[in-house]
Design a protein around this ligand. Sequence first.
Ligand SMILES: *[C@@H]1O[C@H](CO)[C@@H](O)[C@H](O)[C@H]1NC(C)=O
Ligand SMILES: *[C@@H]1O[C@H](CO)[C@@H](O)[C@H](O)[C@H]1NC(C)=O
Ligand SMILES: *[C@@H]1O[C@H](CO)[C@@H](O)[C@H](O)[C@H]1NC(C)=O
Ligand SMILES: *[C@@H]1O[C@H](CO)[C@@H](O)[C@H](O)[C@H]1NC(C)=O
Ligand SMILES: *[C@@H]1O[C@H](CO)[C@@H](O)[C@H](O)[C@H]1NC(C)=O
Ligand SMILES: *[C@@H]1O[C@H](CO)[C@@H](O)[C@H](O)[C@H]1NC(C)=O
Ligand SMILES: *[C@@H]1O[C@H](CO)[C@@H](O)[C@H](O)[C@H]1NC(C)=O
Ligand SMILES: *[C@@H]1O[C@H](CO)[C@@H](O)[C@H](O)[C@H]1NC(C)=O
Ligand SMILES: *[C@@H]1O[C@H](CO)[C@@H](O)[C@H](O)[C@H]1NC(C)=O
Ligand SMILES: [Fe+2]
Length: 613
Amino acid sequence: MLNILLIGLFICGDIVQGLAPPHSGPLLSSSGYILPQLDPNPSQRAQEVAINYAGFLYGPPLIGNLSFFPAGTLGVQRVYADIEGFKQNAVFITEAIEKESGAVVQEITQVSNIPPAPNIESTNYGKAGGFKNLSSYELLYKDEWNQSNPLGIAPGYFTNYSQDLHFSMERLSVNPFSTSRLHPNDTLPFALDNVTVSKIAGATLDNLQKSGRLFLASHSYQALYQLQPGRFGAACDAYFYLHPITNDFLPLAIKTNVGSNLTYSPLDSENDWLFAKLMFNSNDFLHSQIFHLANSHAVAEIVYLAALRTLSARHPVRAFLDRIMYQSYAIRPVGNQTLFNPGGFFDQTAAVDHRAVPEFVDRFYPNIAGLFRSNYLRESLVNRGMLDCSYGPELKNLPFFEDAGPIVASLSRFVSTFVKAYYTDSLYLEGDNELQAWIAEANTQANVLDFPPAPLTNIQTLIDILTQMAYLTGVNHHLLNSNAPSYITGLLPFHPSAFFKPLPTSKGVQDITPYLADLDHAMAQVTLQLRFQRPQLPAEHGELVDMFSQGAFNNGSSLPWEVVEAAARFRSDMEGIGQKIGAKQFDENGLSQGMPFVWKVLDPRKIPYFLSV
Ligand SMILES: *[C@@H]1O[C@H](CO)[C@@H](O)[C@H](O)[C@H]1NC(C)=O
Ligand SMILES: *[C@@H]1O[C@H](CO)[C@@H](O)[C@H](O)[C@H]1NC(C)=O
Ligand SMILES: *[C@@H]1O[C@H](CO)[C@@H](O)[C@H](O)[C@H]1NC(C)=O
Ligand SMILES: *[C@@H]1O[C@H](CO)[C@@H](O)[C@H](O)[C@H]1NC(C)=O
Ligand SMILES: *[C@@H]1O[C@H](CO)[C@@H](O)[C@H](O)[C@H]1NC(C)=O
Ligand SMILES: *[C@@H]1O[C@H](CO)[C@@H](O)[C@H](O)[C@H]1NC(C)=O
Ligand SMILES: *[C@@H]1O[C@H](CO)[C@@H](O)[C@H](O)[C@H]1NC(C)=O
Ligand SMILES: *[C@@H]1O[C@H](CO)[C@@H](O)[C@H](O)[C@H]1NC(C)=O
Ligand SMILES: *[C@@H]1O[C@H](CO)[C@@H](O)[C@H](O)[C@H]1NC(C)=O
Ligand SMILES: [Fe+2]
C-alpha cells in the first residue's frame, strides 16, 4: 500500500517487449523501465523529461544553508504529496504517545508521591520535580510505551551507564560520526599533565598520540550557540584512548569550554566525572540529531532532485530512486514548521535555541556532512582513522561497522545486479544521455558536493552511487534518528537534552539530579524522541528488509529475472542479519560487541527503508 503512488506517475501505457533480443543486450521490461537509447518512443520520452526539467526547480534550503529544496510546479506538488503522506504515516505514533503518556506521568507522580512540578526550583517536588535520584528516571521507560516503542530500551543501559566503557563505546555505535583518531602530528585542542594521563592510561598524552591511540570528539563550536533562558549546557571536547595493554577504548578527559573551563577525568570524584560525561552527551546528542539532517536527508534529497529533472520515470535508475526516496521531501518543511520553529519541539527540549540549527548546518554541511563520496561507509570511517588505520592499532570492536558493514555489502550486491541487468556494457552508460545529464546536473546546478564527476564511464561508479543512496535512506538515517533516540541515544538521565541549573564552576558536586529535567521537561524530551518512531511500519512492509520487495520492485514478473532473484536474496540476507542483531546478548563478561549494553538499532526488520521522519 505504501509506495505505489508516485511510481508510475509518468508511466504511460505498456511499452516494448522484444525490441532487443532478450539475452544479448540490455534487458527490457514490461514494467516500462528501459534505457533512453532503447526506448521505442523517444520523442514522448524527451517531452516527459523536458516537462520534468521545467517543473522541478531548485528552491531555498528552508533550514540553514543545506542543499537546495524542490521548487517549481512539479516540485511543489511533490512536496505537498509527501507532506500529506508523512502526516498519515505519523498518525499512529502521535496517537500512541497520547494514549500512553498519561500512565507514565501517573506512575511517576504516584511513586514520588508528589504532583508533577511546574517549577523545578520548588523544593516541595523532590529534587528534580518527581525524580529523587538518577535511578528514578528509569520510571520514564521501564515497562512503558509498549505501543510507541515496542523495541524497548537498550538492555544494560540503566544498570551500566555510569561505567566508562558504556560512555566510550557509545562513540563507536550510537553516534560514530563525532569522533576521530588524532594523527601523530595533529595539534591538540587542550593539554593534560603527564602525571594525570599516566595514572589513567599508563602512558603520557604525547605517547598516546604518537602511537595512534588518542581520539577526539570536539563540540567546542557549541559554545557559540545561544542558550535558552533557564537552560544550560557546555561545549565539551573529549579525549578517548586505546589502552596500551588491554586495547580497550576508554575516555581520558572532558573539557567543558564554558564557565570556568573545567577539565574532568576519571580521577575526579564519581559524581563530578559522571556529570562531565552527561555534559558531553548533551552536546553529542545535539550533534547526532542535526548531523543526520545534513548527512542523510540533505544529501539524498539533492541527488534525487537532480534525477527528477533529468531522468524519465521509465528510467530504471528513476525507478530505484523513486522507491527509496518515498516521502523524502516532507521532512524539511515539517521540520521547518514544527521542530525548528521558534518555540517548537526543539526549543521545548534543547539547551540552545533553534537558531543553533542553521548554524550547525552551515558549519557541517559544506565540509563534512554534505560530501557524497567521503561519506561512503568505509571511506568515512577510514578518513577518521576508525578503520584500517595506518598510524595506530585497529579498534577491538567497532559495533557500527560490525552491524552496518554486512547490510551495506548486501545493498551493494543487489544494486550491482540491478545496474548490470540494464547496463550490460559500459557503452550503454556512455550512450545514456539521461544518466549523463543527471551526473552533470548533480555536479553543476544541483551543487551536490563531492559527487562523482561527469561523464560517468564506469559501471562500478553508478553502483557506488545507488548503494550510497540506499545506505543513506535505509541505514545511515536510522542509525542516528528513527528508533535510536528512544532506544538509547537520547535516554535520560545519561543523555540530557538540557540542564536546568547553572553548571558547576568548581568540582565537588554532591548530586546531579537537581540539574536535570523535571517531569514536564523529561516528558517533553521522551515524547519528542518517540515522535521519530514508526512502529507500525513492519506490519506494512515499510522496513529495510522490504526495500526491494515492494513498490517498483513489487511484481517479479515485470523485472529482469536476475533482479527478482537478487531482491529475494537481499530480503533473506536482511532477515538473517536481523535475526542475528535481534539475538544479541551479553557474553560472560557482561558485554555485547565489547559494550556493556546491547545495541539492536540497525535491525533491518525494524528500520524503515526510507527517510521516514
Ligand atoms: C552555501 O553553501 C554552498 C556550498 O554548499 C556555498 O557555495 C555557498 O556559498 C553557501 N552560501 C552561504 C550563504 O553561506
Ligand atoms: C532512588 O529513589 C527511589 C525512589 O525513592 C528509591 O527507591 C531508590 O532506592 C533510590 N536509588 C538510589 C540509588 O538511591
Ligand atoms: C508493557 O509490557 C510489559 C511487558 O510485556 C508489561 O509488563 C507492562 O505492564 C506493559 N505496560 C503497559 C503500560 O501496558
Ligand atoms: C602529518 O603527517 C603526514 C604524513 O604522516 C603528512 O602527510 C602531513 O602533511 C603532516 N601534516 C602536518 C600538518 O604536518
Ligand atoms: C610530558 O611528557 C613528554 C614526553 O612524553 C615531555 O616531552 C613533556 O615535557 C612532559 N610535560 C611535562 C609538563 O612534564
Ligand atoms: C577555555 O579554554 C580555551 C583554551 O583552552 C580558550 O580558548 C577558551 O576561551 C576558554 N573558554 C572560557 C569560557 O574560558
Ligand atoms: C523556514 O523557512 C523559511 C523560508 O526559507 C525561513 O525564513 C525560516 O527561517 C525557516 N525556519 C526555520 C526554523 O528554519
Ligand atoms: C505482474 O505483471 C505482469 C505483467 O505486467 C502481470 O501480467 C501480472 O498479473 C502481475 N502480477 C502481479 C502479481 O501483480
Ligand atoms: C550490564 O548490565 C547487564 C544487565 O543489566 C549485566 O548482566 C551485565 O553484567 C552488565 N555488564 C557489565 C560489564 O557490568
Ligand atoms: Fe530524519
